[in-house]
Design a protein. Structure first.
Length: 414
């Protein structure tokens, strides 16, 4: 019953704040995220009054629900996009992803090297900051573009493609960070090649299955008489793709995205496709997405902002500048207009659940524990959370302003 109480509170708060955000001209997810921040701050100050909500960040059941939020956001993103147009954007997206990953990684390491006190963990802590600032949160970027109706625009396709490439590259960074935390040394070439081999194997299975098996199954699913078989087929495909991804050490969100991407109108007739699309949209925007965005805000610890404001401000500024410049400049050099290139940089700036996972891995490995306490080291975890929330809040606001000024004016081109 506790989880029902939690969901009741979260949905009332997120839908209320989301509506307020829409009424003042901002995407609903801005309000949903702020609702999570408010709940997190109130619960931290009054844990005795809200014991169930106080344990929310560590709840495995709540974690599973937020994972479903990521799953359905990525499934929805795949349904919104068309494989051919996404493939056209993939060449530029690789360059954007590399630039958008490399610059914040380097600047994050530099910030850690400069700000953090000397210790045996200094190198690992600096690497942690670089990795945490480098990764783009694909579900957050997707949610922003969906809420603005620009997912299937030229800018939207580059952002999504680049964010997915970023996600694959982040596997290497996570492997690097984990190895450094566990062994104190950088993983050997063999371990990195093994990880790349798993990624190649996954796409070698997933892409042919989507191109050839999906249409064959789709024609037979339509003939079945049971209720909502088409919806079940899509969800089952997403789960199968996600399980395969996890088995090969790849984040499940890529599997959910590919399942939606290959569920095209030729797989199932257009009327059925539109019906399934409407159901996924209602489930995503009406339930799972608000809970997911609130979960990011709930992790905020307000005390850290007061203890080390200059350090946290530096993290947010470096994270933002690194992504906007690192992703925006390659987009401009790749032929995009200045406003579109800037929109790509801003769109790649969103962080979220992945950063929290990185912070949790580092926390469990004892990265923030050292004999002599330091305010900067003590606020590292909170600093990553603050950065994730600040960049996630800034992304929809910035993109909406850029789109209003003319970025990707073509919109959802056919």
């Amino acid at each position: 019953m506790e989880i029902l109480y939690v969901l009741l509170v979260l949905l009332i708060a997120t839908r209320t704040f989301g509506e307020i955000a829409v009424r003042i001209g901002q995407p609903a997810l801005v309000g949903e995220l702020l609702a999570g921040v408010l709940i997190g701050v109130v619960v931290t100050q009054h844990a005795g009054i809200f014991p169930v909500l106080a344990d929310l960040p560590e709840s495995r059941v709540f974690g599973a629900i937020t994972d479903l939020g990521i799953f359905f956001l990525m499934l929805m993103a795949g349904l919104e996009l068309r494989p051919r147009k996404l493939a056209e954007a993939s060449g530029l997206a690789v360059v954007v992803a590399i630039g958008g990953l490399a610059l914040p990684l380097a600047t994050g390491i530099a910030v850690g090297w400069w700000w953090l006190p000397a210790s045996e963990l200094h190198t690992a802590q600096s690497l942690f900051l670089g990795v945490a600032l480098a990764i783009t949160a694909v579900p957050v970027s997707v949610g922003v573009l969906l809420s603005l109706g620009r997912l299937d625009s030229p800018v939207g396709r580059v952002i999504v493609s680049a964010a997915l490439v970023d996600d694959v590259l982040s596997l290497l960074l996570l492997a690097l960070l984990t190895a450094v935390l566990q062994t104190g040394s950088i993983p050997d070439v063999g371990a990195i090649l093994a990880l790349l081999g798993k990624v190649a194997l996954y796409f070698a299975i997933a892409v042919p299955a989507g191109l050839y098996v999906f249409p064959w199954l789709g024609r037979r699913i339509v003939a079945l008489q049971g209720d909502e078989f088409e919806f079940s087929f899509l969800v089952l495909a997403g789960l199968a793709y996600s399980v395969l991804a996890e088995a090969l050490s790849i984040h499940f969100l890529i599997g959910a995205f590919l399942a939606g991407l290959f569920f095209v109108r030729r797989t199932i007739d257009e009327a059925t496709y539109d019906d399934v699309f409407a159901k996924v949209s209602a489930l995503t925007h009406g339930f799972f997405a608000p809970v997911f965005f609130a979960s990011i805000g709930i992790h905020l610890e307000g005390g850290a902002i007061l203890e080390t404001p200059a350090f946290l401000a530096t993290l947010v500024l470096v994270a933002t500048a690194g992504k906007v410049v690192g992703a925006g400049v390659p987009a401009r050099l790749g032929g995009m207009s200045p406003s579109d290139a800037l929109a790509v940089g801003v769109g790649m700036n969103a962080r979220g659940a992945v950063e929290l996972i990185v912070a949790d891995v580092a926390f469990r490995a004892g990265l923030f524990a050292q004999p002599e306490s330091s305010p900067i080291v003590d606020s590292l975890y909170s600093g990553v959370v603050v950065t994730a929330i600040a960049t996630t809040l800034a992304t929809p606001i910035g993109l909406k302003a850029l789109f209003r000024r003319g970025a990707s004016r073509a919109g959802n081109d056919p």
